[in-house]
Ligand binder design. Structure first.
Ligand code: GDP
Ligand code: MG
Length: 718
């Protein structure tokens, strides 16, 4: 069937406004399922000829960074626009690695629909499950694609079963391969079960309608009947038709399927082979016809900029979320692209937007749309769209852009606790400034990365969510900023948590310049419920107004608050690790002398904190916590006992060992991060490269005497 004709059935409602013709979709897949291949196929299939306003600094689009190509994993999340029928699709690239789940979560925010790609020979793999959880949490409608259908072992119906079992969804098989898998014939095309039509791809990549071959006709008829039954079971209109003995037409089936997909009752399963082009046009039809437009998507949740709580009320006139910052330095000039999803109003070049987090106004120099390999200046973009903005200076990933003074944000503050760090220093002193720039830039792009400079040692502590996360960040420093710093061995981010109540007092009585000050501060420590939560600092009212002297006022209170937080970040009384899970309550503060000297306040407060920590430590009330990682190892069965034995020696707590396919084992559990350093190398040699694994932070737990840590997990304070 002609593609444009196929579209008219669903296009009536979409032509109402440009927003209705938009789709913001992301591809979720396990590494190697074929996300990049599919994306490239889509770009090729939808490639447009006329391109406007090439940006000089323009780069190749979907694989921007060289190590992304090298490592074959997608780290950055960019957005690319492709036309399809009377739709425009923004393809948002979701990061594939679980080390970057924070980024995945952020990308999910801007999607209205998802494409779940699974390898048809393997079914749902662990990362797909992880990413699916985010899709599920955000209530995003999805369609699925069984890829690599030409390969031996490929089985679309087994994929459907795997989607049902592992993701708990109701998959509906809407396309069926002709040949491929373990059939006698090679893959020659794909049948559309709604229309009962078939398409083949010829050697040039062009799509050609063919009759449904006899070899699959019986299967196709059974599957089509099952599909109609499944839809009729869930759609009253369709049920009526079928009940009255009529055969619903493709349009009626599609209408029911669209409604059920958008309501997340079902996940239509398409199939094909991205590498060969099979099934991809039908998948794009699915995006255009089944997934919702921004106009049909639910309104975003708004948070109060100060309290962080959810607020009601209308969104401000203009509202956009920066979900990705990409910066590149070429020939010494830095150029930033800030990817935004616009939720309300318009964003135009030459206008300004307000960033509430930084309290600054950002000038938008350009509004850009990115196509296969080109950048188009569009000048203005409207609600619902995903575009890149040029010229923003201080906006970071996760920031809300809005009208000046609007006290809302689109994303709650998200502070993942880093679990691993490395010390980094320049090899040559001339490189110090470049290194500082590079690290600042990386942190702006990726809020789950931290870089703390220690002025005394001239080193930075760079912390993140795992070994791979740090490896990639530091590789970028070399590739994009041209400095290769000296990098120390990985250091696990331990925490120290006060589990009892203790008190401390500090006094500073001396001259500060020509002023004499006598400051006294008393404070107490209380355990927070979550031992790994960030430290809280509180000021009792008495500390503000002391009967015998001057108390802490606005400015000095802020100075004391900030000094206590800084001290707490290195104050652990057992081994100097950062404090966590502790509330510091300043219970009393008094200043006698000629004036309120900030330095005196600060020194007295820090002395009080140190005393309270010594007391807690002396009483045995300080617990050292360590990060644990949740791992999933996929191993061939003949080496799986070796893998399990090795994990046991790493003090892993096994959760599950399940069979995957005929010859695989999937081993999951948690283990202390400190025993998993270098695991990727060890697993490779242990399995001769045949086992793969993923891991993600799974909270902090007290260190146990036997070298493991207690199994009970604490929330990470996210
Ligand atoms: P990603 O990690 O999900 O981005 O996966 P890639 O697109 O990089 O693909 C991983 C591997 O699978 C590559 O070697 C691809 O050539 C291969 N691949 C992708 N699609 C197909 C397909 O349809 N058939 C076959 N046989 N291989 C495919
Ligand atoms: Mg890829």
């Amino acid at each position: 069937m002609d593609r444009s004709a196929a579209h008219t059935s669903a296009s009536d409602e979409r032509v109402r406004s440009p927003e209705h013709a938009l789709r913001n979709v992301g591809i979720c897949a396990h590494i190697d399922a074929g996300k990049t291949t599919l994306t490239e196929r889509v770009l090729h299939l939808t490639g447009r000829e006329s391109r406007i306003g090439r940006v000089d600094e323009g780069t190749s689009v979907m694989d921007w960074m060289s190590e992304e190509r090298e490592r074959g994993i997608t780290i950055t999340a960019a957005a690319t626009r492709v036309p399809w029928g009377d739709c425009e699709i923004n393809l948002v690239d979701t990061p594939g690695h679980v080390d970057f789940t924070v980024e995945v979560a952020r990308c999910m925010r801007v999607l209205d629909g998802a494409i779940v790609v699974v390898d048809a020979t393997k079914g749902v793999e662990p990362q797909t499950e992880t990413v699916w959880r985010q899709v599920d949490e955000r209530g995003i409608p999805a369609i699925a694609f069984a890829n690599k259908c030409e390969r031996p072992g490929a089985d679309v119906l087994a994929c459907a079963e795997s989607l049902r079992e592992t993701l708990g969804v109701t998959p509906l098989v809407v396309a069926y391969p002709i040949g491929g898998g373990d059939a006698d014939e090679p893959l020659s095309g794909v049948v559309d079960l709604l229309e009962r039509t078939a398409h083949a791809v010829d050697s040039g990549g062009a799509l050609r309608e063919i009759p449904v071959p006899d070899a699959v006709a019986d299967e196709v008829d059974v599957l089509r009947a099952e599909l109609i039954d499944a839809l009729a079971d869930r759609d009253e209109g369709l049920f009526e038709l079928v009940y009255r003995g009529q055969t619903p037409d493709a349009r009626a089936l599609e209408d029911a399927l669209r409604r059920l997909t958008r309501e997340r009752e079902v996940v239509p399963l398409f199939c094909g082979a991205a590498l060969l082009g099979h099934g991809v046009p039908k998948l794009l039809d699915g995006v255009a016809r089944l997934l919702p437009s921004p106009a049909e998507a639910p309104l975003p949740v708004l948070f109060d900029a100060e309290s962080g709580g959810i607020t009601g009320g209308d969104p401000p006139q203009t509202l956009a979320l920066a979900f990705k910052v990409h910066s590149s330095v070429r020939r010494g000039t830095r150029s930033d692209f800030t990817f935004v999803r616009i939720y309300a109003g318009t964003v135009a070049a030459g206008t300004r937007l307000w960033n509430g987090r930084t309290g600054s106004t950002e000038e938008i120099q350009s509004v850009l749309r990115i196509h296969a390999s080109d950048v188009e200046h569009i000048g203005i973009a409207h609600a619902g769209d995903v575009v890149a903005l040029g010229g923003l200076r201080s906006t970071g990933t996760g920031d809300t852009l809005t009208v000046e003074g609007a006290r809302v944000r689109l994303e709650p503050p998200l502070v993942p606790e880093p679990v691993l760090g490395v010390l980094v220093e320049p090899v040559r002193d001339e490189e110090r400034l470049t290194l500082r720039d590079a690290l600042e830039q990386l942190v702006r792009e990726d809020p789950s990365l931290r870089a703390t400079e220690d002025a005394a040692s001239g080193q930075w502590l760079v912390e993140g969510m795992g070994e791979l996360h740090l490896d990639i960040a530091l590789a970028r420093v070399g590739d994009e900023f041209g400095v290769t710093p000296r990098v120390g061995p990985p250091r696990v981010a331990f925490r120290e948590s006060v589990r009892g109540h203790s008190r401390g007092a500090g006094e500073v009585d001396r001259a500060f310049g020509d002023q004499r000050a006598d400051a006294r501060v008393a404070l107490r420590l209380e355990p927070l419920e979550d031992a790994a939560a960030a430290v809280e600092v509180e000021l009792d009212p008495e500390a503000r107004a002391h009967p015998e002297g001057e108390g802490l006022d606005g400015a000095t209170a802020r100075a004391v608050d900030s000094a206590l937080r800084t001290e707490a970040s290195t104050a652990g009384p057992v081994a100097g690790h950062p404090l966590s899970g502790t509330r510091i309550v300043v219970s009393d503060a008094a200043m006698r002398g000629s004036a309120s000297v900030e330095a005196a306040w600060v020194q007295a407060a820090v002395a009080a904190l140190r005393e309270a920590l010594r007391e807690a430590s002396g009483a045995g009330e300080v617990e050292v916590l360590e990060p644990r990682m949740a791992f999933v190892v996929d191993s061939p069965v003949d080496v799986s006992s070796g893998v399990i034995g090795d994990l046991n020696s790493r003090h892993a707590a096994m959760e599950e060992v399940v069979a995957t396919g005929a010859t695989g084992r999937r081993i999951s559990g948690t283990a202390p991060l400190r025993h998993l350093i270098g695991y990727s190398t060890d697993l490779r040699s242990l399995s001769r490269g045949r086992a793969t694994f993923t891991m993600r932070p799974a909270g902090f737990a007290p260190i146990a005497a036997d070298g493991g840590s207690e199994r009970g997990e604490f929330a990470t304070g996210r």
